[in-house]
Design a protein around this ligand. Sequence first.
Ligand code: IPM
Ligand code: SF4
Length: 476
Amino acid sequence: MALPSTLYDKLIDIHTVCKPVASDQEILLYIDRTVLNEYTSPQAFTGIRNASRSVYRPKAALAVIDHVNSTHPKRTTTSSLQSENIQMSYFEKNCSDFNIELFDIYHKNQGIEHVVMPELGLVLPGLIIAAGDSHTTTYGAFGSIGFGIGTSDIEHLLATQTLPYQKLLNMKINISGEPPAGISAKDIIMSIVRNIGADGARGYAVEFTGPAITKMSIEGRMTVCNMAVECGARVALIAPDHKVYEYLKGKTRAPQNEQMDEAILYWQTLQSSPDAIFEKTIDINIRNIEPMVTWGTSPDQAVPITGFIPNPQKSKDPANQKAMERALKYMGLKPGTKLTDLTIDFAFIGSCTNARIEDLRAAANVLKGRKIAPQIRAMVVPGSSQVRQIAEQEGIDKIFIDAGFEWRQSGCSMCLAMNDDIIAPGKRCAPSTNRNFEGRQGVDSRTHLMSPEMVAAAAISGHLCDVRNMQPTHAF
Ligand SMILES: CC(C)[C@H](C(=O)O)[C@@H](O)C(=O)O
Ligand code: SF4
């Protein structure tokens, strides 16, 4: 009889090509798929070229332009900056030289890699997907192991379809309780990150379990797994269930017909054994959580919207006290200020955390028939060109435009400001993204992370605001 083991251990086991030898703790792991972007892949391709190697399984890779491209509503050869064009054309050359399928900015499937992969059905339960981007953890929503790798690992992966890998410990985060009305998956993961800290899950593969997860949509689960990396988890996992199978049915790149039936039979076996051992278990009840907002420069520096800017003097840990003081200074904030008193300059709905169609619908529910505050610049950057198209079919673009938002093309955009979507120094932004590091949205920019519904509410009122006080005017 097989030993009890976690889903993570089982998947790593199935993919192990070689066990560690002697004192070396690393195993050699088979990787099923990867997704490449123009920003983290160039050196990997250069390395392969310099060593006269080829890509071992080009069909196991998909390439997407997302990080640096312009999101200007009209896509032309001149809409991006010159440096961006150079990066994009080098990527195009690499993909064509090594036979890798590429979605360039004119392709109907272009978008943020972590939105594109699932929507095509390329993320399947039981797969291991490694990619040059830390938010590859998103794929855990499908019971797939996804993790981020550096550029030399991308080279190794492309050349061999394997990676040397150090196994992680197992952590279970069990989420119980009914979420109160007006609470989204983003609020749940933000409150977990706040609770366990920015490195609370460092060294662990986290499996999320519990009734709140079972009830959550696949999009919500993606948001949770996406942000799990913000508490240090290199792998996030949710055991696949019927919602995953339903989501995948009919997706262009997913198995079709009998192959799908067969796949589901296998996927049903992908569960942690009931008596599996997790090195750490955390129980979180979400019965009382509130919409969350970050006040500082790390995703764990967050408070409920009904709260106040915290006082570093109250922290017992001197290192934390210092970090809080620095964050307050950078953010231009004073302890004791009411969160809802903070006025904003920008509102941004985008990123691989919260720019799927479900997120756009949720924000549009709040915005319909309302106008954003006059001093604010607001933009929606759909997670993918497909999301953009669906939104246009549903008339969501009009709701955003009527409210005063710019309706842009897809990309990472203002999530990390590598193109020309940049927040000016000292300005405050309410985005639906996942990182609020210093300079993340532009030099000296100030970021308050929140859910897309909360971004919509902030854009309307001109300051941080509790979306629960703003009745939706519409429901999709
Ligand atoms: C640019 C890339 C290396 C980075 C990541 O790995 O996550 C980016 O996508 C981010 O979100 O910070
Ligand atoms: S949208 Fe943001 S978090 Fe996601 S891959 Fe792009 S830069 Fe990274």
